[in-house]
Design a protein around this ligand. Structure first.
Ligand code: ATP
Ligand code: MG
Length: 389
C-alpha cells in the first residue's frame, strides 16, 4: 500500500496486476509523477500523464471500496481529414453507412458516478470543480445508477465556460451535449443508435445528428453541411461508423478555423506554433479539394489573412498604450465552495488569472475571470523597447 501525506492511496501489487504491468513499472510511474493522484477529496483518483501500453494519457484509475479497480480510459484522439473524399475512402473500409454528427465547440468531459455524486473529468484526467458542479445540476443521475459500467462523454458548451466560451448555440450559461457512451475498463464505445436511445431516455442533450449517408454520397453531403455550419459560425462535423468499430474522424469549417486564429493571434506568443500552423494548412487543403474559383480563393485568403493580422496588430497597438493583453471569461456557480475549489484548481494548472468578487444573482453567483497572457504582453513590450526578436 502506498501512502503519502495528502496524496493518493493505491494498492501497488494489486493495481499492477489489474493493469497487467510489472509492479516496478507502476512504482516508477508514480515516482516520476506520470501517474498522479488528484488533490484533496478525490485523492483516490489517479490520472495518467503519459500513455502506458494501451492506456492513453488522461486515463483515470481508482480502487473502489470493495477493493476492485476501475479504469476510465482517456478520450481517444479524433484524427482529422484534410482531403475529405480520399480520407473517407481509405479510413472507412467495409462500412456502408456513415453517421455524420455536428462537432460542437466547447470542452470534452467524461462523467461518472463517484461516491454518490457525479464527477466531471477533463481531457487530462483531472476532476474539474466547475464542470463537476454543472454536471450534477444538469444530468439525470439515474443513468449512472442504472448503468454503472458506462462512462458518459460530452461537450460542455456555452458562453459561461472558463475554457472555450462560445455564444453561438443559443445557450444561456453552459450545457452538456452527449457524443459518446463508452464502457469502463475497456473504453469500448457503444453503437451510435444505442447511445442516442439511452441519451433520449434519460433526457440528455445530444450533439445534432446531421444525417446518415451511404459512403458514396457522404462527401458531397458533408461539404453541404460544412458550408451551412460555417455560415452560422459552428465548428464542423465528426464522421462515425454507426457501430463505432472504426474510430471517428473530424472535418471542420474554414470560418471556425479563422475564428480560432483570430483568438490565438491576439496572444501570438502564448499559443503553440503547431496550433497556428495546422490551421493555416487546413485552409490550403480545403480550397484545393473544393476547386475554388479565383473569387472564392481570394475571399478565403482575405478571411485567413484578416484573422491572423488584425488581432495581432491590435495587440501590438494595445501594448504600445501600456494596456495589458488579457482574456475575460464568465462563470456561474451555485456554491461558493465550488468557486474556491476552481480557483485552487486553476492555480494548480498554472493559469494566471484574477477572479472578481462573486456577484449574487438569484441563487447563483457570477464571477468574471481575467486571464493574463503574460508572454505576449512581455514580448510585445520588449519589441517596443527596441529589443530584437
Ligand atoms: P483530439 O483531436 O485529440 O480529440 P482536440 O482537443 O484538438 O483533440 P478537437 O479538434 O476539438 O480536439 O476535436 C475532438 C473533440 O471534439 C472531442 O474530444 C470532443 O470533445 C469534441 N466533440 C464535439 N462534438 C463531437 C462529436 N459529435 N463527436 C465526438 N467528439 C465531439
Ligand atoms: Mg474542441
Amino acid at each position: 500500500m502506498l501512502k503519502r501525506a495528502d496524496e493518493g492511496i493505491l494498492d501497488i501489487p494489486k493495481a499492477a496486476g489489474y493493469l497487467d504491468i510489472p509492479e516496478k513499472r507502476l512504482e516508477d510511474l508514480i515516482e516520476r509523477r506520470l501517474l498522479v493522484p488528484n488533490k484533496g477529496k478525490y485523492q483516490q483518483l489517479f490520472h495518467f500523464e503519459t500513455s502506458v501500453s494501451s492506456i492513453e494519457r488522461g486515463s483515470v484509475l481508482y480502487q473502489k471500496g470493495n477493493g476492485k479497480f476501475e479504469l476510465i480510459h482517456g478520450f481517444p484522439k479524433i484524427r482529422r481529414a484534410m482531403l475529405l473524399e480520399p480520407a473517407i475512402k481509405k479510413h472507412f473500409i467495409n462500412t456502408e453507412i456513415l453517421c455524420v454528427e455536428e462537432k460542437m465547440n466547447g470542452y470534452n468531459v467524461r462523467v461518472i458516478l463517484f461516491q454518490d455524486k457525479l464527477i466531471a473529468l477533463t481531457r487530462g484526467g483531472n476532476v474539474c470543480p466547475y464542470s463537476t458542479e454543472k454536471v450534477n445540476l444538469l444530468l439525470n443521475i439515474d443513468f449512472f445508477r442504472d448503468h454503472p459500467d458506462y462512462v458518459l462523454h460530452g461537450e460542455m458548451v456555452g458562453p459561461e465556460n472558463p475554457y472555450v466560451p462560445k455564444d453561438i448555440y443559443g445557450i444561456k450559461s453552459l450545457a452538456f451535449f452527449v457524443f459518446d457512451i463508452r464502457k469502463k475498463n475497456t473504453g469500448k464505445p457503444i453503437p451510435t443508435s444505442r447511445r442516442r436511445q439511452l441519451a433520449e431516455k434519460y433526457g440528455f442533450f445530444q450533439v445534432p445528428l446531421l444525417g446518415e449517408y451511404k459512403i458514396e454520397e457522404a462527401t458531397e453531403a458533408i461539404f453541404k453541411h460544412i458550408k451551412e455550419l460555417g455560415k452560422i459560425g459552428h465548428e464542423g462535423v465528426v464522421i462515425k461508423d454507426p457501430d463505432m468499430i472504426i474510430p471517428p474522424i473530424k472535418y471542420t469549417c474554414s470560418q471556425s478555423n479563422c475564428s480560432d486564429l483570430l483568438h490565438a493571434f491576439k496572444f501570438y506568443n502564448d499559443v503553440g506554433r503547431d496550433y497556428l500552423f495546422s490551421r493555416v494548412v487546413r485552409e490550403g487543403f480545403q480550397s484545393a479539394e473544393w476547386k475554388e474559383s479565383e473569387e472564392e480563393r481570394r475571399a478565403r485568403c482575405l478571411r485567413l489573412g484578416e484573422s491572423i493580422l488584425n488581432p495581432m496588430i491590435e495587440t501590438v497597438l494595445k501594448v504600445q498604450k501600456n494596456e495589458k493583453i488579457f482574456d475575460d471569461v464568465l462563470i456561474r456557480v451555485k456554491n461558493l465552495e465550488t468557486l474556491e475549489e476552481f480557483e485552487d484548481y486553476s492555480r494548480m494548472l498554472g493559469l494566471e488569472a484574477i477572479f472578481s468578487k462573486p456577484k449574487k444573482v438569484g441563487d447563483e453567483y457570477l464571477v468574471s475571470i481575467h486571464k493574463i497572457n503574460r508572454s505576449t504582453s512581455d514580448k510585445t513590450k520588449a519589441m517596443w523597447n527596441g529589443d530584437l526578436w
